[in-house]
Design a protein around this ligand. Structure first.
Ligand code: ISL
Ligand code: CA
Length: 561
């Protein structure tokens, strides 16, 4: 496989609203990111994806864009953006923007014009249909945040428009070549400015199965999950290939697709040698146990499930391409709270989870705060919850007969606010995030879990991540870690997750004891060196290693045996 400029790096996601507030208005901003570039450099990451900072009414926290060429004043100015790009470049950091083109905001001028003249040029930028009170809707698809995908077109009694997400996020009509050209123009404008690429939001949804049709209802609301339509729709790759040809490929840009529900035969078309994207996120772990009924019906993830999901994805892409590996992002609960059983979230367990994920073949992608082991933040009532998805799921849980307390437990397990609480910089008020009132409260545990304290502590989660990042860059191991094969080791041994990374004439064994009890694992070959150990002791004798609860090791094996 041809090697690409981005493959050996470590990537990092910033959720700007919660990263660092430079002016005390409680909202993280671009100047806040500029101030923290040296921090990112020190951590060792080299690719930085910034969640949306474009002009937006923030109905979905910036994933509803009203001007693709403008920076929302809450986040700063275009001058700040230009400065950020320059300062990042000086430090060898690649900035990756969020590309949200399945939909825009209902406050985008295109939609406003479409409302004025639904039959005109801009009407054709959206999916608008005639509809009269009492008529059945064109289809029974459910929107991501609850309710039908159809809403009344403002100003028109007899027209409706389609939105797969919130009603303030009208879907853009990709069947219209004029719209597609507008999008390519915008992408190239940003690439000319010096961004290194894009994370591509919700992209599978751009291809709709037309003409509209109903699918069997999966809840009492009579609606069906959008997955039914996606399974039925063909041809997304044609749009994406045209987009890549007109934009990304010309700039050797890095692109990471947010792709769910792709068809098996499409995988090489997405991320193969001539794929439409450089890479895509692996969601096999985050989607374990998902249930069409809603969050309330989701069972906790077991260690065995986690391991199997990772190995499944690795097997699937090994000859095809490179995945972006994550334990969390801005849509997910904190990885350490989600994958480690309640009450077991120790320092060792956090490091083990991070290490097992980081060492997978692919591009490791850290989400802000992951590097200090930030945890879920509990809310006691739904009024404290900002996330529109969590608010919908709360109602779904109540409708299913759960009590308010039970429904809040569900929200606390899965709310997107969990990952969106401000970054915990230090132990001063508001965790050093803002001198004002943070838009979302900080986690009360910030006096215990914060960056400043962890920098000083050689045993901290932060120093562990730093060591992982350094190891990935180390010329002695880089080729094995980045490009080597991944081969599961003892996959049947319960609560043990272990694999070889093999290539360039050497063999590493990555091994994690995914449980609160001691266990012993046979060693396949003599150990030459312990490259990383999250606990300190490492008891090896008679060809076996005795692993402490949540112990994680990277061992260099003797490659002649
Ligand atoms: O379809 C899904 C899983 O089956 C969803 O997870 C969906 O693809 C996902 O929520 C899309 O997320 C992205 O687009 C949303 C935005 O709210 C999220 O924050 C973003 O990551 C709409 O732009
Ligand atoms: Ca601010």
């Amino acid at each position: 496989m041809l090697q690409k400029w981005w493959q050996s790096k470590t990537a990092y996601q910033i959720y700007p609203k919660s990263f660092y507030d430079s002016n005390g208005d409680g909202i993280g901003d671009l100047r806040g990111i500029i101030e923290k570039l040296d921090y990112l450099k020190e951590l060792g990451v080299e690719i930085v994806w910034i969640s949306p900072v474009y002009c937006s009414p923030l109905a979905d926290q910036g994933y509803d864009i009203s001007d693709y060429y403008g920076i929302d004043p809450r986040f700063g100015t275009m001058d700040d953006m230009d400065e950020l790009l320059q300062e990042a470049k000086k430090r060898g950091l690649h900035i990756v923007m969020d590309l949200v083109v399945n939909h825009c905001s209902d406050e985008h001028v295109w939609f406003q014009e479409a409302c004025k003249d639904p039959d005109g040029k801009f009407g054709r930028y959206f999916y608008i249909e005639d509809w009269h009170e009492g008529d059945p809707l064109p289809c029974n698809w459910r929107s991501a945040f609850g309710g039908s995908v159809w809403s009344r077109l403002p100003g028109h009694e007899d027209k409706i428009y389609l939105h797969i997400f919130h009603r303030k996020q009208p879907d853009l009509n990709w069947e219209n070549p004029e719209l597609r050209q507008e999008i390519y123009r915008m992408i190239n404008w940003w690439l000319e400015k010096g961004v290194s690429g894009f994370r591509v939001d919700a992209i599978i949804n751009i291809k709709k199965k037309l003409p509209y049709r109903n699918y069997p209802a999966d809840r009492e609301d009579g609606l069906c999950s959008i997955e039914c339509m996606l399974a039925d729709a063909e041809g997304v790759i044609d749009f994406l290939d045209e987009m890549a040809e007109n934009t990304f490929r010309k700039y050797d840009a890095f692109t990471a697709g947010e792709v769910f529900h792709e068809k098996e035969h499409e995988l090489p078309l997405f991320i193969g040698e001539h794929g439409v994207f450089s890479s895509m996120f692996d969601f096999a772990e985050t989607t374990i146990n998902t249930n069409p009924l809603g969050w309330y019906a989701v069972q906790p993830v077991t260690a065995e499930q986690y391991k199997q999901a990772c190995f499944f994805s690795q097997r699937r892409v090994k000859d095809v391409g490179f995945l972006c590996n994550i334990i969390e992002n801005h849509d997910e609960p904190r990885g350490v709270s989600h994958y480690i059983p309640d009450g077991q979230c120790t320092l060792a367990a956090k490091k083990m989870l991070g290490g097992l994920n980081f060492m997978l073949r692919g591009l490791p992608f850290l989400f802000q705060g992951q590097e200090i082991g930030m945890e879920n933040r509990r809310c006691s009532s739904i009024e404290e919850v900002d996330d529109i998805s969590a608010r919908d799921e709360y109602q779904v849980a109540l409708n299913a007969g759960l009590t308010k307390e039970e429904a809040m437990d569900v929200v606390n397990r899965f709310s997107r606010d969990n990952a969106r609480s401000p970054f915990q910089w230090d132990s001063t008020p508001n965790a050093g995030f803002s001198s004002g009132t943070p838009w979302l409260p900080v986690n009360a545990n910030y006096t215990r879990i914060n960056l400043e304290a962890q920098k000083k502590d050689p045993d901290s989660v932060w120093n562990f991540y730093r060591a992982l990042i350094e190891l990935r860059k180390d010329p002695k191991y880089r080729d094995t870690i980045v490009f080597g094969d991944l081969i599961p080791y003892l996959p049947e041994q319960k609560n043990l997750m272990s694999y070889f990374r093999e290539g360039s004439g050497q063999r590493l064994l990555v091994i994690g004891n995914f449980q609160a009890e001691i266990q012993t694992a046979a060693l396949p070959a003599p150990v030459e060196e312990v490259l990383l150990n999250n606990i300190g002791d490492c008891e090896m004798k008679d060809g076996a290693v005795r692993l402490q609860p949540w112990q994680f090791l990277i061992l260099k094996l003797n490659s002649n045996s």
